[in-house]
Design a protein around this ligand. Sequence first.
Ligand code: NIG
Ligand code: FE
Length: 456
Amino acid sequence: MEATTTTIDLLLTAKRVVTCASPGGPKRGTALTDAGVIEEGAVAIDQGRIVAVGPRAEIEARYTARSRFDGDDRVLMPGFVDPHTHVCYAGNRIEDFQRRIAGATYQELMAAGGGIMQTVRHTRAAEQAALIDQTHTRLDRMLRHGTTTIEIKTGYGLDTGAELRMLDAIADLSAAHPCTIVPTFLGAHAIPAEHTRNPDAYVDLVINEMLPTVAATWQSGDRLRRGGFASPALFCDVFCEPGAFDLAQTRRILERAKDLGFALKLHADEFEALGGTTLAVELGATSVDHLVATSQTEAETLASSSVVAVALPGTPLGLGKSQQMPARVVIDNGGALALASDCNPGTSVCESLPLLLALGCRFLRLQPHEAINATTINAAHALGLGDHVGSLEPGKQADLILLDLADERELAYRFGPNPVRYVWKHGQLVADNTLLPLATIAASGGIDAPNAPRDR
Ligand code: NIG
Ligand code: FE
């Protein structure tokens, strides 16, 4: 009797299929070293979802595909998940960057009204369409570098109306851009200039006006839900740091947010350890991020909690600093580590997760497979989306990338050029980074040909 096969939309094959499969939650401790590699593997996709993953011969025997793509001797893996960004902003901070090179610190610029407040002024002044357009261009570049799911924080509005406009922009981007977008309310990103003489009055505003208004807007199902957000709860984040929000203020904001139904994130220990990491564990945050100044004891507490530790190696690097998060302490004590870009105009102006993955291996002493899991399945769990994205497992969104590499460890070994060749989102090809052969460019008349790109 002839075996029957199921017809599917798409079949992808490759010499190495890196699944990052982890059915029981984020990968912790030694489990991070296993990226679930299938040699000569295949992925069956139907209606935008993964139907099956396994050895090529087995999958080919079970499925007939309407369309198929052979990745040959390259690597197929889940799209990257970036669980910490401030990518929605207007303008730039090139002047601050030059001042820092000349010796000013990030905190000095912030105390002088520059830093985050500079971007707040740019973002408040920008037309909504321009804010969306500039951010869309950044998301396009991130998608081309393999990011298929991305968290975007507010925090450059810092009054109720301007924060809601940022959430509106993020909802419009979510509706318009192929990436899955997860929004985070970060009204407590900095004390705005109009409240520097009485920071607690701003904390009161966040607690009594912003959080209830934002929560009601999220729950009402109209204004923000047009973004089709995948996340069930809106995140609330606070920048817990001297010069921003102290531990008591952070606790007040996060406790109120939790009462209102927000899921929690926290910027802790970027420069100084104020106890934010312990607070994040106590309040059951989904993730705690930065952790550069975290003590051994707090890192161990974090490792034995359910909170995902998010390392942002681009941030100290962007600030020209050598101290990095004690990632090995977290992993070696059984913790769940994720990596993110922190893409923002001040500290980490980097849209490439492959580059950050390679830096993470060097500065945080991650093994290549640990870093791959940290930018996929664990990053998905840092967004509460571990059941939907971040690995190649049946039922998950068909978000995949094909690398122009023969071995996934080269993602860490090489750094600089974009290793991503193709990107599929919900089973659709959304980015093709194939370079035109030089002979084709010459035959078309070179770069002055009418259809050739003229800039960049
Ligand atoms: O994560 N530290 C606070 N927030 C960002 C920086 C944002 C900015 O400088 O505009 C960060 O590093
Ligand atoms: Fe940040």
